[in-house]
Write a protein that binds this ligand. Structure first.
Ligand code: HEC
Length: 128
């Protein structure tokens, strides 16, 4: 009876991967857009999986961190340099990187997205 047990647990893992949470899409955005800088820490970018660098950022909180990154901060280009990136797409990529460094963030819900958007508006207005 050992074999079937192993197989069924394998299926559980596979099923879990297929029904991955929405922020799993953040990994695709991350790979396509953010990894070019964040994988190696180009230009002082906080390196993905660097718990020390990300620890400070994670403490800032998901709303300000997502909004500031989206609007652009210091050497971090707005929207990761990809103007067509939406706020939810960007937010999920941030979730992916934060979680890679030990956070337990989730894809923002509508209420959080609204707060992120408000902060982006403020930051963009302040820059003009
Ligand atoms: C051209 C290189 C580059 C790309 C592409 C890039 N980043 Fe960054 N990012 C940086 C750098 C450099 C910093 C550090 C900014 C600083 O503190 O000077 C940074 C910082 C950040 C921060 C921390 C912001 C803060 O408040 O300190 C977040 C969040 C972030 N990036 C998210 C992303 C996401 C998500 C993507 C992809 C959608 C992305 N970045 C793509 C270079 C990049």
């Amino acid at each position: 009876m050992k074999k079937p047990f192993i197989f069924s647990s394998l299926w559980c893992v596979l099923a879990g991967m297929l029904s991955a949470p929405a922020w799993a899409n953040g990994e695709a955005t991350y790979t396509a857009v953010c990894a070019v800088c964040h994988a190696q820490g180009v230009a002082g970018a906080p390196k993905t999986g660097d718990a020390k660098a990300w620890g400070k950022l994670i403490k800032e909180g998901q709303i300000p961190l997502t909004a500031d990154g989206y609007a652009g901060v210091r050497a971090m280009p707005a929207r990761g340099g990809k103007p067509e990136l939406s706020v939810p797409e960007f937010a999920d990529a941030v979730v992916h990187m934060a979680n890679a460094a030990g956070a337990n963030w989730k894809s923002p819900d509508a209420a959080m997205l609204k707060k992120i958007e408000q902060r982006i508006e403020k930051r963009t207005a302040a820059k003009k």
